[in-house]
Design a protein around this ligand. Structure first.
Ligand code: SAM
Length: 316
């Protein structure tokens, strides 16, 4: 069994992201930011955007911990207090005494780490297998790209959306409103073959430049999203996009009409059973219910006047 420490801001989306990259995911315990789960195959945690840490779950009581999972006799104890009233230092001391009684040695320099999460719902013991490298995502953050657009979403959220679409290595991914290419950049980083379109020339050129900056290729064209079938003449494994909203995006049609028209048009862009992930500023969407199954919906608070809503559909 595995344990993941999810992003505190976007916990539901983070959980769905893990679910999307696991096989036969079975959640056994969810406690705030902690999820304990089973997966047939060890998930590739390094692909995740919204999981901060992950490890092999060893139990909720120190008595249950199988110390054979550690390679050496020297164990480093690392406690993270999430929301427990328990004193972390005293707790570490007690764990240290228990370990010593077992004939093992507490050694803060050891690479063998017993990571403990203290929560109101008790302690969770793990052997860590993954710690997220936030600097890697920061490198691709919007202000670091050659072509900057203030509307581009956070790169870790973009990665989660890409994973939720099921975009794996070699999958074809389309963003028909690609802006500065923030979503395509994360799709390319997981090994997908990426395609974009935008109504603005400067965005198309900016997307190509941004992907090039990080060593990725993209096929991007200037087109109205509602004409893109004529350009690409094929269906994609998945579509992930953030629809135009507010004042900063040039709107060709009235926003709600564009949203609705696009949700019907997208049926011709994605393969059967393919995912369509749509970000927008509408809480409800008018979509073809016979053809699209709404799997999930997430709302992300951006600032006081803006919440973005993300809809996850599967094409039936
Ligand atoms: C919210 S922004 C996308 C931001 C993008 N995800 C990023 O990372 O930069 C929406 C984009 O849709 C484009 N757009 C607006 N109407 C369009 C249309 N009818 N067809 C294609 N693109 C359109 C805008 O030019 C804008 O770049």
């Amino acid at each position: 069994m595995y344990l993941a420490l999810l992003s505190g801001k976007n916990t539901e989306m983070a959980k769905d992201e893990i679910f999307s990259i696991s096989s036969s995911f079975k959640e056994t315990n969810l406690n705030g930011r902690i999820v304990v789960f089973d997966s047939c195959k060890t998930p590739d945690f390094s692909l995740l955007g919204l999981t901060h840490e992950a490890g092999i779950f060893l139990g909720k009581n120190i008595e249950d911990v199988d110390f054979n999972v550690f390679l050496s006799q020297n164990i480093k104890i690392s406690v993270l207090n999430l929301d427990s009233e328990q004193n972390s230092l005293l707790f570490s001391k007690e764990i240290g005494e228990f370990i010593s009684k077992k004939g093992l040695k507490v050694d803060f320099k050891s690479m063998d780490i017993l990571r403990v999460y203290l929560t109101k719902g008790g302690a969770y013991f793990t052997k860590p297998v993954f710690v997220q490298d936030k600097k890697e995502f920061a490198k691709r953050a919007s202000p670091k790209r050659n072509f900057f657009m203030p509307t581009s979403i956070d790169s870790m959220v973009a990665r989660a959306l890409v994973n939720i679409t099921g975009a794996k290595k070699g999958a074809t991914v389309l963003d028909p409103f690609c802006g500065s290419g923030g979503l395509l950049l994360e799709a390319a980083a997981v090994g997908a073959e990426v395609y974009g379109c935008d109504i603005e020339d400067k965005c198309v050129n900016g997307t190509i430049e941004n992907l090039e900056q990080f060593g990725y290729l993209v096929t991007a064209v200037t087109s109205d999203a509602m004409d893109v079938k004529k350009v690409f003449k094929k269906k994609f494994d998945c579509v992930v996009t953030d629809l135009p909203f507010g004042k900063s995006s040039k709107m060709l049609k009235e926003k709600q009409k564009l949203y609705k028209d696009f949700l019907y048009y997208v049926l011709g862009l994605v393969k059967k059973n393919g995912r369509v992930v749509i970000g927008c500023d509408e809480e409800k969407l008018d979509y073809p219910k016979k053809e699209l199954f709404l799997e999930n919906k997430f709302s992300i608070y951006i600032h006081k006047s803006m919440t973005r809503h993300f809809f996850v559909f599967t094409k039936k």
